[in-house]
Design a protein around this ligand. Structure first.
Ligand SMILES: NC(=O)c1ccc[n+]([C@@H]2O[C@H](COP(=O)([O-])OP(=O)(O)OC[C@H]3O[C@@H](n4cnc5c(N)ncnc54)[C@H](OP(=O)(O)O)[C@@H]3O)[C@@H](O)[C@H]2O)c1
Length: 305
C-alpha cells in the first residue's frame, strides 16, 4: 500500500488502519521527521518511509520505484496529499493559488498517471483519491481548493470511464464533508480569520475506514459526511437560495473567531509541529474510554469517529 499524505489527518489514520491489518506500507509526505513518527505508530507493519514532495517533477515516479524495489509491486495507492488556502480570490497571491492547484490537482493527476502505468504493467491495482464535497459544491474564500476538487472530480470520472476495458484496475474517489484534521489550521490564510470544519464533523478514522473499505471492495465514489447529499441537492436545485445562504453560513460555521496575519501555512513547506491525526475540532473521547465511563465513552467514540 502506498499512502501519499501519510503524516497527518486522513492519510495518517489510513496508515494506522492498514498497519493494524498487517499490510506492507510505503508512506510518503514532505516532513521526514513526522514520517518517522508515523512509522513508529505502525510498528506492527513492515513500513518504508519515502520523504516526498508530490509537486516536485519525478517525485511520484521515484516513490513508485522505491515501493517496487522494496516490496516488488503496488496493490493499492492512496493519495491524500493536499493543502488549503483561505482568502478572496483576488486577494490570494497567485503563487499560493497555483501551488494549491499544483498540489491538490496536478500532483493527484501525476499519482493517477504513475499508478496506472504500474497497474497496467501488472494487470491489476486500486487507486484511491480523496476528493471532497467541495468537488460538487462551492464555498467562498476557498477558490484554489474548490477549483482543484472540481478538477479532481472531473479527472477521476473521466479516468473511470477510460478504465472500463480494464476491470481489475480500479479508481475510487472518497469524498468527505467536514473532517476533524489539522488541514484548516495548516492552510495558507489571506482572509484574516482561521478556518474550521463546519458541522457536522466526522473523525479522520471514519474516512480512513471508507478508504480501507475501498481497498477491499473498490467503488466509484464514496461520500463520507451526513450533510453531503443535502448540500449537493441545495447547490444544484436551489442555486439562488444556496448563494444567499452560503456566505453567511461560511462566516458563521466555517471560520473561527480567531484572527491570523497573512501567511502561507504549509502550502510551500511542511509544518511538522501542526501534524497529527486529529485537528482538535471534536472532543477527544479516548480519556473517557479508559476512565470509569469506559463503555459510554466507547459508544460515543464509535459514533463520532
Ligand atoms: N479535513 C477535511 O475536512 C477534509 C474534507 C474533505 C476532503 N478532505 C481531503 O482529504 C485529504 C486529506 O486531508 P487532511 O484533512 O487529512 O489534511 P492534512 O491533515 O493537512 O494532511 C495533508 C497531508 O498531505 C501532505 N502534503 C501536503 N502537501 C504535500 C506535498 N507537496 N507533498 C507531499 N505531501 C504533502 C501533508 O504532509 P507534509 O506537509 O508533511 O508534506 C499531510 O500528510 C485531502 O485530499 C483533503 O482535501 C479533507
Amino acid at each position: 500500500m502506498v499512502i501519499a499524505g501519510a503524516t497527518s489527518g486522513i492519510g495518517r489514520a489510513t496508515a494506522r488502519a492498514f498497519a493494524d491489518r498487517g499490510d506492507r506500507l510505503v508512506l510518503a509526505a514532505r516532513a521526514a521527521q513526522t514520517l518517522a513518527e508515523v512509522r513508529a505508530e505502525c510498528a506492527d507493519a513492515d513500513v518504508l518511509t519515502v520523504p516526498t514532495d508530490v509537486t516536485e517533477p519525478g517525485a511520484l515516479d521515484a516513490l513508485a520505484d522505491a515501493a517496487i524495489d522494496r516490496f516488488g509491486r503496488v496493490d493499492v495507492w492512496v493519495h491524500t496529499a493536499a493543502v488549503m488556502a483561505y482568502g478572496r480570490f483576488d486577494e490570494l497571491p497567485e503563487r499560493v493559488f497555483d501551488q494549491v492547484v499544483r498540489t491538490d490537482l496536478l500532483a493527484a493527476a501525476g499519482a493517477v498517471r504513475v499508478a496506472l502505468r504500474h497497474f497496467r504493467a501488472t494487470g491489476a491495482g486500486t487507486l484511491i483519491l480523496t476528493g471532497s464535497v467541495l468537488g460538487h459544491i462551492t464555498a467562498p474564500y476557498m477558490s484554489a481548493y474548490v477549483a482543484s476538487k472540481w478538477g479532481l472530480q472531473g479527472l477521476a470520472r473521466t479516468v473511470q470511464q477510460e478504465l472500463r476495458d480494464s476491470p481489475k484496475i480500479r479508481l475510487c474517489l472518497v469524498n468527505p464533508g467536514s473532517v476533524d484534521t489539522p488541514v484548516y489550521q495548516q492552510a495558507a490564510n489571506y482572509l484574516g480569520r482561521i478556518g474550521r470544519p463546519p458541522p457536522p464533523v466526522a473523525g479522520a478514522r471514519r474516512v480512513a475506514r471508507a478508504i480501507v473499505d475501498c481497498a477491499n471492495r473498490p467503488r466509484r465514489e464514496v461520500s463520507v459526511g451526513r450533510l453531503n447529499v443535502v448540500l449537493r441537492a441545495g447547490f444544484t436545485m436551489l442555486p439562488g437560495v444556496y448563494d444567499v445562504l452560503v456566505g453567511p453560513l461560511m462566516r458563521l460555521a466555517g471560520l473561527s473567531g480567531r484572527s491570523v496575519a497573512a501567511n502561507d501555512g504549509s502550502v510551500f513547506a511542511p509544518n511538522p509541529a501542526g501534524e497529527a491525526v486529529r485537528g482538535g475540532h471534536l472532543p477527544d473521547l479516548r480519556q473517557l474510554v479508559s476512565g470509569p465511563a469506559g463503555v459510554v465513552g466507547a459508544a460515543l467514540r464509535r459514533r463520532l469517529s
